[in-house]
Write a protein that binds this ligand. Structure first.
Ligand code: 4AD
Ligand code: MG
Length: 464
């Protein structure tokens, strides 16, 4: 007999009552009494476990004892029945039971509850907890919903390169890619020779964003999105920054800032509606374990408008705030997480697009506003997390782009193709980057980015 997914019984148990089925999975916990034993079996297809009910009279103790250990993998065959406790779904009355893989008592996950900090020390096993089971399923559903959102609207999915020669954000947070060894650094006459010996004969690094190449694609395909890993060597040890994270980056020809803001808002609502619809058990779990009021928060995001606030007004609000900030508030300075969270949590109580930042604190590619001081950029801030989207209209005028790049002392040679987009049939266009892990933190209530990835990479910690 083929085995079936545990989710099939959890979700559609009624259909299977009376049937004999076979399941395989890992024992999360077991209970043993005089005449009966119970296994909570999980195979990863559902957050809920399947209870295997064992009438001990039917099994020898040699048969049974190994299957009752936490962490073992077993196969069980039996009849699907409604659970004895009303409203507890369906369970399996075991007719045969066999051990697939043993799990000795030094298995680290023996307790019902382990701290997230402890679980980071066993990344190969933490996936077997309810938290990671739920998180990984939500991560998968969110990713697929993002694809669906753009695919349903005629966008083309573009794979932009991971290895690149340009720094999109200009923040110098690039991981270098090189095949040069330590000896090359010692023996090369100068930097030019060192680079000439290198694989690409020029400086190369891991991409911090697919945007620049995404713009190239959008100038032919009109509406595109990228969705892939990006890398930043930010030496900041915060719960929100990872060295490797996933970004979804749409780029839309002929769109101006208000247009792209609308797209971003409907995308977020679409994804959150999908989570409520497809991950209801997981939302309940996260509500209990991580964030009280999570479901109501997600529902209200779907059904109400996001706020839009000009950066200049945001500074005024922060200056008047009845709150001691660690970082200064001044027009021209960037907003820190504490400021972002104050605005979105205390002032507005919902997601907010902060628009028109000073050009000095933003990237070279952003469209310069007529005031000469600000750019047509926006960050989407959400309660509990802060920034989840960085967005802007792009500078489509060759001379203005050239002057922004020259002011920043950028090496124009590296961006020749990018600049030529403004020479050959330039059009207004806009795009944004959504950090996948940031939105996962928002929808799960998990407070640390290290716990919304299978393995996290942060400064000083290559989790393994
Ligand atoms: O605001 P950022 O730097 O914008 C860009 O990279 C643009 N090129 C995007 C675009 O317009 N196509 O990053 C975009 C988002 C942030 O809002 C945040 O959600 C996420 O990427 N992000 C990070 N997530 C985790 N760890 C980090 N170190 C992150 N840095 C940015
Ligand atoms: Mg940003």
């Amino acid at each position: 007999m083929e085995h079936i997914d545990i989710s099939e019984i959890v979700q559609y148990g009624e259909k299977h009552v009376g049937e004999t089925v076979k399941v395989k999975g890992w024992v999360r916990t077991s209970r043993d009494s005089k005449t009966m034993a119970f296994l909570a079996l999980n195979d990863g297809t559902s957050l809920k476990h399947l209870q295997i009910v064992i009438d001990k009279a039917r099994f020898s103790s040699e048969e049974l004892a190994p299957c009752l250990r936490n962490g073992v993998s077993v196969m069980a065959e039996g009849v699907v029945v409604p659970a004895l406790a009303a409203g507890s779904g369906y369970e399996l009355n075991a007719e045969s039971l066999s051990l697939i893989g043993d799990c000795p008592s030094d298995y680290p996950l023996q307790k019902k509850y382990h701290s997230l900090e402890f679980l980071r020390t066993v990344p190969h096993l933490r996936v077997r907890t309810n938290t990671f089971n739920a998180m990984l399923r939500v991560r998968s559903k969110v990713s697929f919903a993002l694809h669906r959102f753009f695919q349903e609207r005629g966008y083309t999915y573009i794979h932009t390169p991971i290895i690149t020669g340009s720094d999109c954000e200009g923040a110098g947070e690039i991981f270098r890619v090189t095949t040069n060894g330590y000896e090359d650094a010692k023996t090369a006459a100068d930097e030019a020779e060192y680079i000439a010996r290198d694989f690409f004969r020029r400086k190369a690094g891991l991409t911090v964003s697919g945007q620049l190449e995404g713009e190239v694609a959008a100038m032919a395909m009109g509406k595109i999105y990228t969705f892939g890993p990006t890398f930043r060597a930010e030496n900041s040890n915060t719960p929100r920054h990872a060295a490797e994270f996933w970004q979804i980056e749409p780029e839309v020809a002929f769109a101006k800032l208000p247009d792209i803001i609308k797209i971003a808002e409907s995308m977020i609502k679409y994804v959150i509606a999908a989570v409520l619809e497809e991950c209801s058990d997981e939302v309940d779990f996260f509500e209990k374990a991580f964030e009280k009021g999570l479901r109501a928060k997600l529902q209200s995001v779907v059904s109400s408008d996001f706020a839009v606030l000009d950066y200049t007004d945001a500074i005024e609000i922060l200056k008047k705030a009845d709150e001691k900030f660690a970082y200064p508030v001044e027009w021209g300075l960037d907003l820190q997480t504490e400021h972002e969270r104050y605005l979105t949590e205390k002032v507005l109580g919902k997601p907010v697009f902060v628009t028109n930042y000073p050009k000095k604190i933003k990237s070279f590619y952003m469209k310069q506003n007529a005031d000469g001081k600000t750019v047509a950029a926006t960050d989407l801030l959400v309660p509990g997390v802060g920034e989840i989207i960085g967005c802007s209209e792009r500078e489509a005028d060759y001379d203005k782009l050239l002057s922004a790049m020259t002011e920043r002392g950028m090496n124009l040679e590296d961006y020749k193709g990018y600049m030529e987009l403004r020479k050959y049939g330039t059009v207004p266009h806009s795009g944004f980057g959504l950090g996948l892990e940031r939105i996962l933190m928002y929808v799960t209530g998990i407070g640390n980015i290290r716990d919304v990835q299978l393995y996290s990479r942060t400064a000083g910690d290559l989790m393994a």
